[in-house]
Ligand binder design. Structure first.
Ligand SMILES: [Zn+2]
Length: 301
């Protein structure tokens, strides 16, 4: 199968730029460490750059000090970003988001929305209540982006060909919240472009948002990255996450923890003679076999 072989050949080596983008809402847990290692190995295996972005856009969820804890853990685990770390709350980032909002507004692609949470309870797709209404903008309002029924297709490295349509997933979606904070969908697109990301490696649990991002990328005339959504790590049927109290990983024994993370990533790590963290992370980068995750949506821990 020559086509299959081509899929797994290395991408343009000098061009590859990947990232890990944690939210500083708590310490890293095993699920987020798996995400860090997957993105790191995928970047290193392609001789690319690996960047770190602290996604602190939702300041209401930020837990002070966790950004530094995450950075220290990554360093302890032998993963050092190749460029300065960026924060979404930085003034420059915020002014970039504002410029993009202005651009979309000038193109008549946005509108204010005064719908309450209560009014939208139980709805997955926004029905466009405020779209063609005269809205009193002195009221507290969010800003939504107009969407249409449009199919977006992408060939996910691990999940294969995907087809998504915002009309069935989200409808017109918020890009700025009522409290004045910019929304994740807008920030992630602007940041990935600013960091020149060529491949987005992240968990399958946020794969649904890809069409919204592809749409924004098109509107802004940016370059579409490749997508690689790895399987979610579950325990007893539910996702390992901060919300369900996944234990934070400690910096005490990075080798053993990384060994476990690599097993979860189906990499079958050996027992190295010299059990040092740098040996193991180097082994993982050199022997990274992304095809082993193909079509896996869930890995039970
Ligand atoms: Zn509304």
């Amino acid at each position: 199968m020559p086509n299959q072989a081509k899929t797994w050949s290395k991408l343009n080596k000098t061009a590859y730029r990947g990232r890990f983008a944690p939210s500083p809402t708590g310490d890293l847990h095993l699920g987020s460490l798996v995400a860090a290692i997957a993105s790191y190995c995928q970047a290193r295996a392609n001789d690319g750059a690996w960047l770190l972005r602290i996604e602190d856009i939702d300041e209401t969820r930020t837990v002070p000090g966790t950004d530094q804890a995450i950075i220290q853990t990554l360093l302890k685990f032998g993963m050092e970003p190749d460029e300065p770390i960026i924060y979404q709350t930085d003034e420059l980032r915020q002014s970039n988001y504002q410029a993009v909002l202005q651009q979309l507004t000038e193109q008549n692609l946005t509108y204010p929305c005064v719908c309450t949470r209560k009014k939208l309870a139980g709805l997955n797709v926004y029905p466009g209540y405020c779209r063609d209404q005269k809205i009193d903008t002195s009221l507290l309002h969010s800003i939504r982006l107009k969407t249409a029924s449009q199919e977006f297709k992408f060939n996910d490295l691990w999940q294969g060909l995907q087809t998504q349509n915002m009309a069935m997933q989200s409808g017109d979606f918020n890009i700025k919240r009522k409290d004045g904070l910019f929304c994740y969908q807008l920030a992630v697109v602007v940041d990935d472009a600013a960091q020149g990301i060529t491949e987005v490696v992240r968990g399958i649990d946020i794969m649904d948002s890809t069409s919204r991002q592809m749409y924004l990328i098109d509107l802004l005339g940016l370059h579409q990255p490749n997508y690689a959504h790895f399987p979610v790590i579950t325990k007893n049927g539910s996702k390992l996450s901060k919300q369900n109290h996944a234990k934070p990983i400690t910096n005490e024994d990075p080798y053993t923890t990384t060994h476990l993370a690599l097993q979860l990533l189906q990499q079958e790590p050996p027992n190295l003679q010299q059990k040092t963290q740098s040996n193991l992370i180097n082994w993982a980068s050199k022997h990274w076999q992304p095809e082993r995750l193909r079509h896996l949506s869930e890995i039970n821990y």
